[in-house]
Design a protein around this ligand. Structure first.
Ligand SMILES: *Cc1c(COP(=O)(O)O)cnc(C)c1O
Length: 453
């Protein structure tokens, strides 16, 4: 290892606290230090190249150092990097909002910017709550799915259902109604029964508390952080029908699923669903800069109109709301979607992943394979038949991903689910190379890793 790398690792360990990372383990490890990117590769300080197998945590779309996005940002740097949207307008935030309204489901008309997925969800919750407040109703409850993930701020954690991440903070959170996630692999019954089971639970809650509930919040089609739980077909549509029937909002958290991930621009399109509020972040800038958007229906927006002394204003904002560099990158990213016909190119890639997953599913220790578009999860279990999992502290998923890293694929698991989330624009040969590494590691290294336990 070069001196330069040694020094950087030493400084990292001295000064940084990494997210979602057990720092005790980190301090005893030899982390990879990324220095640059090249297309779909990450390059470390030692010059090693890794395929970005999880899109730099699910946000990269067109690759790294993409000329068009780089140029758009440089061009914007020559004008202005940031000016506030509080009481002022800004060219790029206007241009991008127009484009976003044009591509999101047609009833969504108003873009409220922020800077992360978590804030886009916080905003959706506060908008839904205040909408009813402005109308003279008190609706302070939300329905969410167990194992859901909507970000790490307190409001988003309040509607989050992942035990290990969220239960510690329970005393700090507002009360939410949870229903079981429709997760066929861990459901005793058919996918159809699984779908109906959760829908019935939602309807029960809506029936009992409809005048207290502001919205049902879902990750459409796929619960990413839960371990790529893919919902049974028709579940989202079912939720939409119920929310309409009982007159509550549907908030679609498309932070992970948006911008091509599921094979369509937005996951909701797969089931012709129009939510009342949509949350967007991760892929919005092509994975370049922190920008997010909460997009709402006209009717919702209208409920906030009034005289100053009516206090109907939405009192919410972030310093970097609608950042100009972020919006410039986001515009360039959308243009690349069109120029490179990204959405049209997806079926071939989705099929290739499906082919590999079929082969992987029959390997030892593979309990389940799940896929929705370019989001895939491979669940590793101790016992295929009983679906019994490995002991959490054995870190099987982490060790499998470390083996993949040694072969040139940068991966990150969700406990024992190996996540495959390549950049949306990845080319077929490189995708095949990534899938070969995944297949080879699960076939040849996993039995050794599991056997050592
Ligand atoms: C990642 C994610 C978030 C949080 O986004 P951040 O930008 O990390 O705050 C919210 N919702 C979903 C579905 C996500 O996958």
């Amino acid at each position: 290892m070069q001196e330069k790398t040694k020094k950087l690792i030493e400084l990292d360990k001295q000064c940084l606290w990494h997210p979602f990372t057990q720092m005790k383990r980190w301090l005893g490890s030899e982390p990879v230090v990324i220095e640059s990117g090249d297309g779909f590769y990450l390059i470390d300080t030692e010059g090693n190249r890794y395929i970005d197998g999880v899109s730099s945590l699910w946000c990269n779309v067109h690759g790294h150092r993409v000329k068009k996005i780089d140029d758009a940002i440089k061009d914007q740097l020559g004008k202005i990097s940031h000016s506030t949207l509080l009481g002022l307008a800004q060219t790029k935030s206007i241009e991008f909002a127009e484009k976003l309204v044009a591509i999101t489901p047609k009833s969504l008309k108003k873009v409220f910017y922020s800077d992360s997925g978590a804030t886009s969800v916080e905003i959706a919750l506060k908008i839904a709550y205040q909408y009813y407040h402005n109308k003279g109703e008190k609706r302070d409850k939300f329905i969410a799915l167990r194992q859901s993930y909507h970000g790490d701020t307190i409001g988003s954690v309040s509607i989050g259902g992942i035990e290990v991440f969220h239960s510690i903070f329970k005393p700090m959170l507002f009360e939410t109604y949870f229903v079981p996630a429709p997760f066929p692999y861990r459901f005793d019954g058919t996918a159809e029964q699984c779908r109906q089971f959760t829908l019935d639970k939602i309807e029960e809650l809506l029936k009992k508390n409809s005048e207290r509930i502001a919205a049902v919040v879902v990750e459409p089609l796929v619960q990413g952080a839960a371990g790529i739980i893919v919902h049974p077909k028709g579940f989202l549509k079912g939720v939409r029908e119920l929310t309409k029937k009982y007159g509550v909002f549907l908030i679609a958290d498309e932070v992970a699923t948006g911008f091509g991930r599921t094979g369509k621009m937005f996951a909701c399109e797969n089931e012709q669903v129009e939510p009342d509020i949509m949350c967007l972040a991760k892929g919005i800038t092509g994975g370049y800069l922190p920008l997010a958007a909460t997009v709402a229906k006209q009717e919702i927006f209208d409920a906030f109109l009034g005289q100053a002394d009516e206090f109907k204003t939405f009192y919410h904002g972030h310093t970097y709301t609608g950042n100009a560099l972020g919006c410039a990158a986001a515009i360039a990213s959308l243009e690349l979607f069109e120029e490179n016909r990204i959405i049209e190119s997806l079926p071939e890639k989705i099929n290739l992943i499906a082919e590999y997953l079929k082969e992987i599913s029959i390997l030892d220790f593979v309990g389940d394979v799940r896929q929705c578009g370019l989001m895939a999860g491979i669940e590793i279990v101790k016992d295929k038949k009983s679906k019994k999992t490995f002991d959490y502290k054995k870190l099987i998923g982490t060790k499998v991903c470390a083996a993949m890293r040694r072969k040139g694929a940068m991966m990150r698991p969700l406990s024992d689910v190996i996540v495959l989330m390549p950049p949306v624009a990845i080319d077929l040969p490189l995708l095949r190379k990534l899938l070969d590494i995944v297949y080879d590691t699960i076939k040849n290294d996993l039995p050794k890793i599991a056997g050592k336990q």
